[in-house]
Structure formats: structure tokens, C-alpha cells
Design a binder for this molecule. Structure first.
Ligand code: HEC
Ligand code: HEC
Length: 252
């Protein structure tokens, strides 16, 4: 009995502190950290460069490029505004992720056909603009109109899905710090997205990473750009409030 109590006490004392967000960066080995920190060896920088090209590109017969409104090298983009995404924008129908904001500008301000969520040009532009805010602290609104949406996102985060009957929080809250198939489970923070994935050899948006997690615990993923993914993105971005934007982060 005493032993059981000791175990219970141990478990309670070692439960992760809920309040403190910790970036996935803290869970990396030294060589991956160095790779992320050095812009010449960070493989995600190729996507930042691709995004920069798209941002400045003036296509045939078009009047504007992104840079004609947002400045050469994004000089008029406010890092603090980027750090607030996803935002609530009543004119744009409510919850808007950064990728959706880019797509609105693509469609409305450049008069082009909107792109499908997860399109590589969208991800490149998203990576570029978020990289402009690197070092800025994530600062998602949690009160007002956002409060009920956040509650929905949190409910999804705690919902069990699929054959293994698992929820996000099982791995990223309850078991953070433990090993799973050779990987150390982090808090599943979103401050480094879009990020470069060494194991997959490609840039990965946040919603693409969610799909990988769903598949890994054998559950049916939602679609990129779906209301469910947008709500999850909102909730996990709000968990990252206070963490510095690392885009493009490097992860396994
Ligand atoms: C004709 C001008 C115009 C063009 C061209 C344009 N945008 Fe925008 N963009 C805006 C306006 C206006 C806003 C809203 C700013 C606000 O709400 O304060 C905005 C907002 C944004 C935001 C959110 C930042 C913020 O301050 O809220 C991003 C990111 C962005 N645009 C990216 C792009 C990208 C990428 C392109 C090219 C695909 C582009 N924009 C093209 C006018 C433009
Ligand atoms: C079976 C365990 C498991 C479940 C359940 C799970 N994930 Fe993950 N997730 C992982 C592993 C493993 C990684 C890669 C290592 C790490 O960062 O934890 C990861 C990584 C992530 C990352 C990237 C973290 C970073 O720093 O790049 C995010 C975001 C994430 N998960 C969100 C979610 C969300 C949201 C859910 C629920 C839909 C979920 N995960 C469910 C195992 C899981």
C-alpha cells in the first residue's frame, strides 16, 4: 500500500506543468538545433527563398505583386500582426489562418484563382511571411469572439479518434518527454511551422503535420482547410502563446 502511494505521489509530482509552453526545439539533439539556427544549413531556407520569389513576382498583365502592397522584402509586414494568426476577421467570415489570409490576398488583391489549401505556392508564401516574424512571440487572441472557437478547438484536442482511441492530449500532454518509436514526444507546439522535416525530406505545414499524427495513431484525418483543422490550429497556436516563432524550424 505504501509503495502504491509512493508511486502515485511520484506520478503526480512528475506530471508536466500545464502552464509552461516548451518549444519542440528543446527536445532536439544538438546537431539538429545547429542546423535550424544556421540559415545556410537550414534546409527550410530553400522554401523561404521560393516564397520570396513568389512574393516579388509580377506576372504578365497583372498590376500588383504581393510586394507592391506589402513592401520590398515585406518591409510593411508587421511581425506582431503575423504573430497573432489565426485571427478572427468578421469581414472574411470568422476564423482565418495565416495560409488562408495569404490565399485571400492571392484571390482578392491579385485577382488570381484561389489555391487549394496545402498548395506548395501557398506554403512557400506562408513560410516566407512567417519567417519575417521569426523571433516574435506567438500572441493569439484568446478572449472575445475567439473564446467559443478556442473551446471547440480544445474539445477536438481532447477527443479520442480512430482504432487506438487516442486523443492529441494523450501523446502531447500526458506523455510528453517519453519515447515513442525512437522519438521523444514533445508538447506538439506549433511555433516553428511551416517546418522542415528531415525524415520526410520536405517542408511541412502545420495542418499536414496534423494529418501525419492522425495517420500515426491510425485515425481518419480531416482535410486541410477544414473547419476542424482550423479550430485545432487555433487551439494549438494559442498553446504556443509566448513562444518565439522559429519558422522554418527543423524537426525529424
Ligand atoms: C492590393 C494590395 C495587396 C496585395 C497585392 C496583397 N495584399 Fe496582403 N493584405 C492587403 C491588405 C489590405 C491586408 C489587410 C491588412 C489589415 O487587415 O490590416 C493584407 C493582409 C495580409 C497579411 C496579414 C498581415 C496583416 O497585417 O494582417 C498577409 C500575411 C498578406 N496580406 C500577405 C500577402 C501576400 C503573400 C500577397 C501576395 C500573394 C499579398 N498579401 C498581396 C493588401 C494586399
Ligand atoms: C500516438 C502519439 C501521438 C498522438 C496521439 C498525436 N501526435 Fe502529434 N506527434 C507525435 C510525434 C511522435 C511527433 C514528433 C515528435 C514530437 O514533436 O512530439 C508529433 C509531433 C507533433 C507536432 C509538431 C511538433 C513540432 O515541434 O514540430 C504537432 C503540432 C502535433 N504533433 C500535433 C498533434 C495534434 C494536434 C494531435 C491530435 C490530432 C496529435 N499531434 C496527436 C505523436 C502523436
Amino acid at each position: 500500500m505504501r509503495a502504491l502511494l509512493a508511486v502515485l505521489l511520484f506520478v503526480t509530482l512528475t506530471l508536466p506543468a500545464q502552464a509552461e509552453p516548451v518549444s519542440g526545439y528543446a527536445f532536439l539533439d544538438d546537431s539538429t538545433r545547429e542546423m535550424q539556427d544556421d540559415e545556410f544549413s537550414n534546409p527550410g531556407m530553400v522554401t523561404v527563398d521560393r516564397g520570396a520569389e513568389l512574393f516579388h513576382e509580377l506576372r504578365d498583365s497583372e498590376v500588383h505583386s504581393c510586394s507592391s502592397c506589402h513592401g520590398e522584402n515585406g518591409a510593411k509586414i508587421d511581425a506582431k500582426a503575423i504573430a497573432r494568426y489565426p485571427v478572427f476577421n468578421a469581414n472574411l467570415g470568422g476564423l482565418v489562418t495565416l495560409q488562408e489570409r495569404v490565399n485571400y490576398c492571392w484571390e482578392i488583391n491579385l485577382d488570381r484563382f484561389p489555391l487549394t489549401p496545402g498548395n506548395s505556392q501557398l506554403i512557400a508564401l506562408e513560410t516566407y511571411v512567417r519567417h519575417l516574424a521569426r523571433g516574435e512571440k506567438v500572441n493569439v487572441q484568446t478572449d472575445g469572439e475567439m473564446a467559443p472557437l478556442l473551446a471547440k478547438g480544445e474539445a477536438l484536442y481532447n477527443t479520442r479518434f480512430g482504432q487506438l482511441d487516442m486523443a492529441c492530449q494523450h501523446c502531447h500532454v500526458q506523455h510528453q518527454g517519453q519515447m515513442l518509436r525512437g522519438q521523444k514526444l514533445s508538447q506538439g507546439q506549433a511555433n516553428g511551422f511551416p517546418e522542415y522535416r528531415l525524415g520526410r525530406g520536405r517542408i511541412t505545414s502545420l495542418q499536414q503535420r496534423l494529418t501525419e499524427c492522425f495517420v500515426s495513431f491510425r485515425a481518419e484525418p480531416f482535410e486541410e482547410g477544414s473547419p476542424e483543422y482550423d479550430l485545432l490550429e487555433l487551439y494549438i497556436m494559442s498553446r504556443a502563446n509566448g513562444l518565439e516563432i522559429e519558422t522554418p524550424a527543423v524537426r525529424f
